[in-house]
Design a protein around this ligand. Structure first.
Ligand code: HEM
Length: 454
């Protein structure tokens, strides 16, 4: 098998480079080797990992070649968190079955039903004039509240707060490199008591599971609600079978983990860019001031949508889609790939192609006033494994942003620092530094500034 050219450094050195400076390393390789290149970035005995960013190659991976590809082992680092039954652990028919069960709960009518709730929850932030907020921390707080309410329909109460505290603790721990390394190295997964890292994780997970199972038990006995859990409880596959408790737990955990920090990171980027470009913020505020404030109308606003999309283009929070492993030999981009090769749709490089995005490093929402091809713009991946939460994430980002900008006037506490490389946070990439904004005043319902402080 003749592979596309790529780095000749030892695999361990390549792995360390992609961990230390992923955007820089990927951009260098694209400049040196072109549209596709081979790296060995999965440790000392890494298989060939081939990165693609040309729209034709991405289209082939997502469509015509999809049935020759399987889930790479990389996704398996999530197994201890999400469980074996999770959508992200499935392939083939079982994967299709689960997607078909989950889809309706995250689209259409059920999404429209939660618009009002997202706006209300954002409006309840009640930040007083003069308060300084950390954008990343506040976006995490709001998006965790939203996902808990939208998924479980949980009303703030004991179980809601317990779940929130425990999930928060889990996510904070996963963000520490020393803690997260144990998910990549199974030999470290030893329960040596509650003070050992793995022992601590297992106990925390057991506490979270107990709350989730208690909620599932209660909800099975209660009249049907309108939230995602209610839809999952009622869902039947083509053979008329419902989801088991274990499947429900694993799917809920998956949606909680993948649906919380991702949206918060996307929103952090939006605030980051808006406060680097006051003229874009002003244009967005003007659009919001004259808009019908219903969630359905806000979600349709062209400039608001364009701002969110451009933020997810310029630094996608996931630099790559899920790695696809070749299971049956195939030809792509003029190369033959044997079983075992890993193919990666590289979102970051696809979004930086100048023929699709002139001056790709510039933040220009206008680009998205026109539709883009799904093989040039893919912040949510593509094909049968594309992000199942895409519609919810975009809806949520637009409504949270619109509600905050309609309610508050913000000003950054410091001038924007020079652009540096994005920081890693859990499974996402976030803006460098911790953007802090000061609340300068509350706006009236019309969106006009009512009061400002010095
Ligand atoms: C701005 C927010 C988000 C971004 C940028 C994002 C991005 C992605 C990407 C790139 C993938 C991999 C797609 C592929 O391999 O082709 C993915 C998969 C996934 N995402 Fe998201 N995501 C976001 C929000 C969410 C939300 C809100 C949820 C759930 C409530 C969610 C649930 C999932 C799940 C379950 C998968 C796996 C799908 C499968 O394997 O079939 N994501 N996401």
């Amino acid at each position: 098998m003749k592979l596309p050219a790529g780095s000749t450094l030892p695999p361990l050195a390549q792995t360390l480079q992609i961990i230390a400076n992923p955007t820089g390393f990927l951009a260098d390789c694209a400049e040196r080797y072109g549209d596709c290149f081979t790296l060995r970035v999965l440790g000392a005995d890494s298989p060939p990992v081939v990165f693609f960013s040309h729209p034709d190659d991405l289209q082939a991976i997502f469509t015509t070649l999809a049935d020759r590809l399987a889930l790479g082992k990389v996704t398996h680092v999530f197994r201890p968190l999400t469980g074996d039954q999770s959508l992200i652990m499935q392939d083939g028919a079982q994967h299709q079955r689960q997607r078909q069960l989950l889809m309706p709960a995250l689209h259409g009518e059920s999404l429209r039903n939660c618009g009002e709730l997202i706006c209300q929850m954002t409006q309840q932030t009640c930040w007083p004039t003069g308060r300084t907020i950390s954008v990343q921390a506040q976006m995490l707080e709001i998006s965790l509240d939203v996902i808990l309410r939208v998924l479980f329909g949980l009303q703030p109460g004991q179980r809601y707060f317990q779940l929130k505290v425990l999930l928060h603790r889990l996510l904070e721990r996963i963000n520490s490199p020393l803690y997260s390394v144990q998910f990549f190295l199974p030999p470290l997964q030893q329960d040596l008591g509650r003070l050992s890292p793995w022992g601590g994780f297992l106990r925390l997970r057991a506490e979270i599971d107990a709350l989730i199972y208690a909620e599932i038990r209660e909800r099975r006995a209660a009249p049907p609600g309108e939230d995602i859990l209610a839809m999952l409880l009622a869902a039947r596959d083509l053979a008329g079978q419902p989801l088991s408790d274990l499947e429900l737990r694993d799917q809920l955990m998956t949606l909680l983990l993948l649906g919380h920090e991702t949206t918060a990171s996307g929103l952090s980027w939006v605030f980051y860019w808006l406060h680097r470009h006051p003229e874009i913020l002003a244009r967005l505020q003007a659009e919001l001031e004259s808009a019908d404030p219903s969630p359905a109308a806000l979600a349709q606003l062209p400039y608001l949508s364009a701002v969110c999309k451009e933020a997810l283009r310029i630094y996608p929070i996931a630099l790559i889609a899920q790695p696809r492993c070749v299971k049956q030999s195939l030809t792509l981009a003029g190369y033959e790939f044997d079983p075992g090769a890993v193919l990666i749709p590289c979102i970051y490089l696809a979004h930086r192609r100048p023929e699709a995005y002139p001056d790709p490093q510039q933040f220009r929402p206008e680009r998205f006033l026109e539709a883009k091809s799904p093989y040039e713009y893919l912040p949510f991946g593509g094909g049968s494994r594309s992000c199942i939460g895409m519609a919810l994430a975009l809806f949520e980002m637009k409504l949270i942003l619109a509600s905050l900008l309609r309610q508050y006037e913000f000003c950054p506490t410091q001038p924007p620092p020079p652009l540096s490389r994005p920081a890693r946070r859990g499974i996402t990439f976030v803006p460098p530094g911790d953007l802090k904004l000061r609340v300068m005043g509350q706006r009236r319902a019309t969106g006009r500034l009512a009061k400002s402080a010095g």
